[in-house]
Structures are given as C-alpha cells and as structure tokens.
Design a binder for this molecule. Structure first.
Ligand SMILES: N=CN[C@@H](CCC(=O)O)C(=O)O
Ligand SMILES: [Zn+2]
Length: 416
C-alpha cells in the first residue's frame, strides 16, 4: 500500500539533480514507500498522508560510504599510539587484524559489523560498501562476504589485501586469483587490490585485476597510499570503478584519472574511474592529504569515504570526512557533499536504477534526491550544508531515512 510522507519547509535541499541546479531553497520532498516521488517548492507541494515540517533546516541525500573494511575483530590501539609517537604506518599491521578475525566466531563478527553499521547510520550514512580482506583463507573470505552481505549494500572481495603471514607470495597469488575468487565471487560485486610496496606489486596487481575482469566483477584499487606507485594508472587501464587513497600522485596520474571521464555525460555513457579520497585515513596515518582539489579541477569525479577499519581509519563519520575535505583538502562545501553522496554512488555503480544488492534484488538509484531514487535522506539541525564544515565535529544529522523508513528518528514530527 502506498504511504506518502511530505517533508516541507526545507530551508536548503541538496538534490544532486541537474534538473534543478542541484540545490533548492524553501523546498519540499514527497516520499512514497521506498522512493522519492516528488521534489519542488513547499508552496506547490501535493497533499500527503503524513507531513513533517523541517522548520527551515537542511535536507540532503544520506551519505554513500563507498569504502570501508567493517568485517574484523579486535582493535589496534597500540599501533595507533606508536604511530602518534612517530612510527610510520606499514601494511604489515593488517596481519594483526587477520589473526584476530580468524579467531572470532561468526556471531562476534556479525555483532561488530552491526555496531559499526548502526554508528554509521546515526551519522547520516544510508549506503555502505564493505570489503573482505581480514580472513585471507578461502573459508574466512567466504565467511566475511556472507556476513557482510546481510548488512551492507555492496560487498567487495579484498583477498589481495596483504600476503598472509607464513604464505608463499606466488602460491597466495594463485589462490586469490583462482580458487578463492571462485568461492567468493557469488557473494560480491567487486574485487579490490592493495597495490603498494609491502602488499601487491604491479605484476601481481595486474593478475588480480585481470582475474576480476574475467569473472565479470567490477574492479577497485587501493593505490598510491604509502608512496608513488602504479596503482592509479592500473586502475584506469583496467576500467576500475574507483582508485582509492591517492596521497602520492604525479601529473600523469591526475590526467589519466580525469581523462577516464571523457565519454561520460553525467548520467549515461561509460563511467570512468572515480578518485576516492579518504581524509580520516590520511590524518590517522599522518600521510599527505590526497590532492582532492587538484583532481577536481582537472575534471576527475571524486568520492569521499570513511575507510572505516581498525588500522588506518577507525571512524565511520562521513560528516568528519566532509569537514576535513573542506577545511584541509580545499574542496568547496558543495563539492565535498556531492563527493560523499553522488560520488560514492557513482563509484559503486548505484547512481542509476537497477543495481543489484547482495541478495541479487534490483534497487533504485542512490546518491540524489530526485523522483524515482531510493528515499535516502538526512535532516540536519542546521540551515545549510555549510554548517558541516563551519561547525566541524558537531553531530548535526538529527534524522535519517533509508528507503523511506526512519533509521534515526530522534524527534517525533510534532517536535520538529
Ligand atoms: N591499505 C589497505 N587497507 C586498509 C588498511 C587496513 C589496515 O591497516 O588494517 C586501508 O585502506 O587503509
Ligand atoms: Zn581501504
């Protein structure tokens, strides 16, 4: 049965919809079941079963967090403390979490994931990707993918995260690109590779990306995180949906990522490789901030993601990431908000209708507030998205809807 909710008197509505310039004042939205049914001026809004007066506050799409690692056990507080005392981050720390994750029960992993998803929802996140990569045996990677698929919108296979302790690199690469991929493939939509010294070099990364393509899965790359390397160029060459981290880029990398968008017209056409920046990770590892502004000015499509994981970025706060991207990376507020919503949706292939969730069910588009899109919205206790950076660290998200249902509902409609 159709049930219509009208959210009216929205002071500033961020739509990410070119049809109305991406932003409306004194706006209203009608949500019908799980979708946006109507967007326009409050004084022209149609009747609805239920009304919510936003009182001049801002409404924007829920965050689309396109890069997290939420299937793990344990934490790495000691490693973080050492880093804050001057140690450098090294990929080897991943194996500490691999050991803890293998030792955990299914229930422990699922409980921890649910805790992290709930935290993310409270901060306004309505779409989540997460990766395997702390199991690194066939059984542990399949287990991670299955558990993740019950709670997030997209699952990525990251068997090529690091060579597990005690394993021969050549044998492990054969496993990751062969039997492990075959076993995990039914549960995931993409394959990722950590292309970095200490993890997978160019030749190994090529094999991972080629095996993903042969299996009909999307490609993603962790690239240029700890130093300059081939990750960004490989991502573009293999048609990856995104290349993530990007602290160390030269002019050729920036140009290649930007050029990958030359045949995309904003909706249809072949999408290029999204440049995903991870501001919280750059801060937590004390690495150079990714050159988000330079990438944007060159014409790249940007995403901002949390990279929530116990090693390099133990936060799911997209609001914090957006504020950091504005205050430290030089993005405008509008660019940062767009990157954390529409950018993430493009990186996940979810900006158009019909993408499939981990259960294989077709879903409406996310990342924009436009008729037909999934009704994923957040209400800020602020008159505009500018306050996300103007008042950094404040918990401004006060209500969140996912597919038309309240995920976070601190106010009843009569309080607002
Ligand atoms: N760089 C590779 N993977 C994670 C870190 C994982 C860890 O240290 O546990 C990242 O994105 O930063
Ligand atoms: Zn990551």
């Amino acid at each position: 049965m159709t049930n219509a909710l009208l959210i009216e008197s929205i002071g500033e509505l961020t739509t990410n919809d070119e049809a109305n310039g991406g932003r409306l004042r004194d706006a209203a939205v009608v949500v019908e079941d799980d979708r946006i049914a109507w967007v326009g001026a409050t004084d022209r809004a149609p009747a609805a079963d239920e009304r919510l007066d936003a009182g001049g506050r801002a409404v924007l799409p829920g965050w689309v967090d396109s890069h997290t690692h939420m299937i793990f056990a344990g934490d790495r507080t000691a490693e973080f403390e050492a880093r804050m005392s001057g140690e450098t981050y090294a990929a080897g720390g991943i194996n500490v979490t691999v050991e803890a994750t293998r030792a955990a029960s299914d229930a422990e992993l699922e409980t921890n994931l649910k805790r992290l998803v709930a935290e993310a929802n409270r901060g306004g996140t309505t779409t989540l990707e997460t990766k395997t990569g702390y199991g690194l045996t066939v059984a542990d990677e399949v287990r991670a993918a299955e558990i993740a698929g019950r709670h997030v919108d997209a699952v990525t296979f990251l068997g090529a995260h690091v060579i597990p302790s005690g394993k021969d690199p050549t044998e492990y690469l054969d496993l990751v690109t062969g039997p492990m991929l075959d076993a995990v493939a039914p549960h995931v939509s993409a394959v990722d590779v950590f292309c970095e010294s200490g993890a997978f070099d160019e030749e190994a990364s090529r094999r991972v990306l080629a095996s993903a393509r042969a299996a009909g899965l999307s490609r993603r790359v962790h690239g240029n995180q700890l130093g300059h390397g081939p990750g960004a160029l490989l991502a573009v060459e293999y048609g990856a949906r995104s290349v993530d981290h990007l602290g160390f880029l030269d002019d050729a990398d920036v140009a290649a990522i930007a050029d990958s968008w030359s045949s995309w017209d904003g909706g249809s056409g072949h999408p290029g490789t999204v440049a995903t920046v991870l501001p919280a990770c750059d801060l937590s590892t004390r690495m150079p901030l990714a050159p988000a502004r330079r990438l944007r000015d060159a014409g790249a499509v940007l995403a901002i993601a949390s990279n929530c994981n116990p090693g390099t970025s133990y936060t799911s706060s997209m609001g914090f990431c957006v504020a950091t991207a504005v205050l430290q990376m030089g993005l405008t507020i509008q660019d940062a908000v767009r990157a954390a919503t529409m950018g993430g949706a493009i990186a996940l292939g979810m900006y158009e209708d019909g993408w499939c969730d981990p259960r294989g069910i077709a879903q409406p588009a996310v990342g924009a507030i436009r008729p037909g899109a999934r009704a994923d919205l957040q209400l800020l206790d602020a008159p505009s998205v500018t306050h996300l950076a103007y008042r950094p660290g404040m918990p401004l998200t006060v209500a969140t809807w996912r597919a038309g249902e309240y995920v976070v509902s601190p106010w009843s409609s009569s309080d607002v």
